[in-house]
Ligand binder design. Structure first.
Ligand SMILES: [Zn+2]
Length: 250
């Protein structure tokens, strides 16, 4: 049976975790058994994902959003106690890979989203190379067509700012809660910026610059990376790996 340490070392090396400045620890966050032959991947280490890992007798829960964010209280109370108690009771390892998994050029959330939508990646840029810019296929060359593609491929209606008939050629994107990078996308010459969330300011920026904004869902845009990492681990170590999904409207 593969060792936890070997699996996590492989993740660290492939994702180059030491190169990133992050606001949660990358790698092992809660320690369980030393051997791993079944992995559950999930976007977030929610109670539902932990329950799934326990029910499946998995030894590793591998996620994009772990726990212990810098902005959170450091105390282990309430919902956080419940999550950790269940992990410990079942001897389940929980490991999280955050920004390194957004940015990876093949396994990353941004790369996987590009693959799903058939966007041609021109370059990665911006803060810690988390932004991508590239060309849209002709089937997505208006905002209305891009929104239809989002509905089809991510299974949800996107919120947007812009006019449906506006023509699009270049798209910038960053999965998750990256609405704060909209200006960087505008400066890079994108016709549209797609991310997971929208806030007040982006609506006005879109109206005043003519650059469209698409909010396609934080969870919905970040399913790809952790799934791809799990598949890579299956191939490398022969471990069983299942993806746990949640219908998260955010
Ligand atoms: Zn995220």
């Amino acid at each position: 049976m593969p060792k936890r340490q070997d699996i996590l070392q492989y993740c660290d090396e492939v994702l180059q975790t030491t190169l990133f400045k992050d606001y949660a620890p990358n790698g092992l966050q809660v320690e369980g058994t030393e051997q791993v032959d079944k992995i559950i991947t999930a976007v977030t280490a929610s109670r539902a994902a932990i329950d799934c890992a326990a029910a499946q007798n998995a030894q590793l829960l591998l996620v994009h959003h772990g726990m212990f964010w810098k902005s959170e209280p450091v105390t282990i109370t309430g919902w956080k106690k419940q999550r950790i108690a269940k992990l410990l009771a079942h001897n389940i390892n929980m490991a999280g890979y955050h920004l390194p998994l957004d940015a990876h050029p093949e396994l990353g959330n941004n790369a996987q989203l590009a693959q799903l939508f058939d966007w041609k990646v021109e370059k990665r840029f911006g803060e810690q190379n988390l932004m991508n810019i590239g060309e849209l296929p002709s089937s997505q060359n208006t905002l209305a067509k891009l929104l239809a593609a989002v509905a089809e491929k991510l299974g949800r209606e996107a919120m947007f700012a812009g006019t449906p008939e506006q023509p699009l050629k270049r798209i910038a994107w960053c999965t998750g809660g990256a609405q704060g990078f909209f200006q960087t996308a505008i400066d890079a010459g994108a016709d549209v910026y797609l991310t997971g969330e929208i806030s007040e300011a982006q609506y006005h920026l879109a109206n005043e610059t003519g650059v469209a904004f698409v909010s396609a869902g934080h969870h919905a845009t970040e399913r790809g990376g952790i799934r791809a990492l799990g598949e890579a681990l299956s191939a490398q170590f022969g471990v069983e790996c299942l993806f746990f999904d949640e219908a998260n409207p955010a």
